[in-house]
Write a protein that binds this ligand. Structure first.
Ligand SMILES: [Zn+2]
Length: 95
């Protein structure tokens, strides 16, 4: 039986397979980084590939609260790029 990891989206609070979500992880330096590999160790938070979820999480400071670190504009820009890439490729990360 295949184990499917389910994570909660910090935007819509829906639960989905983590392979179909974006992950942001707390870095050892005390900031937050986008983790496209899903393999960086550390406290992580997840978001759907959905602009609405990213916007909600940003407005509510959901990632800051989850990770207890400040989010910089560059992280949001990275997430935006990941969003755009996923919608243009029509490909959800399956690794
Ligand atoms: Zn969501």
């Amino acid at each position: 039986m295949k184990h499917i990891a389910i994570r909660m989206c910090a935007g819509c609070r829906g639960r989905f397979e983590k392979t179909s979500m974006m992950r942001v992880v707390r870095s050892p330096e005390g900031g937050a980084v986008y983790d496209p590999t899903m393999r960086v160790s550390g406290r992580g938070v997840y978001l759907c590939y959905n602009r609405k979820c990213v916007d909600i999480a940003r407005k509510r400071h959901a990632l800051e609260r989850a990770l207890k670190v400040a989010m910089t504009d560059s992280i949001w820009e990275e997430l935006e790029r990941a969003l755009e890439k996923s919608t243009s490729d029509d490909a959800v990360v399956n690794d």
